[in-house]
Design a protein around this ligand. Structure first.
Ligand code: SF4
Length: 245
């Protein structure tokens, strides 16, 4: 059974379950926390900074002030390592700032939550940023702070952008728009029209994961161990002690 709300699905739960069902059990049933490593800690700092900046300011020159205010110092092994990552984030935001001066969209909201129901399941998600374009259409944006992107990434296969597109249409009635993955560290955006995503396939994929969770199927899948933040504590791990920076 899914804890707290047995019939509620979100992208994080489904991704975790599809990566490794046992990891889902550790996180969502046993309540184990993954903890922070430098890359994830920097991601939190950048997300917090952009959320606060877009919610409270229209002045790009203030971005670094927000960064200093929302910097998270946890997850680093030394002061030197923390400084190394701080400077990485600063460089990302300096590029972001330059793009802000020529942005032609209007930021509608940040960290906006959608909820809708389908086939007896509740779908919930929170989107980093929603913009209104000059032609009146919408753009839902997810920030990524990874230093590299998968060369084989095909946006139409993205369950995350797919469920965000479906959420925007079903919960907010945004019929015309696009979903974007914004790789902030790479200064690169990848976008696709809402209509490109196969709605039935995506919803069925979510429900299939939900049904397996309800059935208590939590077999470990060791293909993900190398990248798993629980691999030091998991009895099935094939990659104990892996450095994941
Ligand atoms: S270490 Fe491997 S088997 Fe264990 S939870 Fe993580 S991915 Fe699953």
């Amino acid at each position: 059974m899914i804890p707290n709300n047995p019939k509620e699905l979100n992208y994080s739960k489904v991704k975790t379950y599809r990566d490794c069902p046992y990891l889902f059990k550790l996180k969502y049933i046993d309540g184990k926390r993954e903890g922070l490593i430098p890359a994830t800690s920097l991601g939190v700092s950048i997300h917090r900074t952009l959320e606060a900046y877009h919610a409270q300011s229209n002045d790009p020159s203030e971005l670094l002030r927000y960064y200093n205010r929302f910097w998270l110092g946890a997850g680093y092994g030394s002061a030197g390592e923390q400084m190394e990552y701080y400077l990485k984030g600063k460089r990302m935001l300096e590029v972001y700032e330059q793009k802000e001066y020529s942005r032609d969209t209007t930021v509608d909201s940040t960290e906006r939550e959608f909820i809708f129901e389908y086939e007896g399941w509740r779908f919930r998600g929170k989107i980093d940023r929603v913009d209104r374009l000059p032609d009146g259409s919408w753009e839902v944006i997810d920030y990524k702070t990874d230093a590299a992107m998968d060369e084989n990434f095909d946006i139409k296969d993205s369950l995350q952008l797919g469920i965000y597109s479906i959420g925007a249409r079903r919960a907010w009635n945004m019929q015309k728009g696009k979903a974007t993955m914004y790789f902030v560290a790479l200064d690169k955006k990848i976008s696709a029209d809402f209509s490109i995503f196969d709605e039935k396939f995506i919803l069925d994929t979510f429900i299939l994961a939900g049904q397996s969770i309800e059935a208590g199927e939590f077999e470990p899948d060791t293909r993900h161990c190398k990248y798993c933040l629980m691999n030091n504590r998991c009895p099935y791990s094939t990659e104990k002690g892996e450095d994941k920076k």
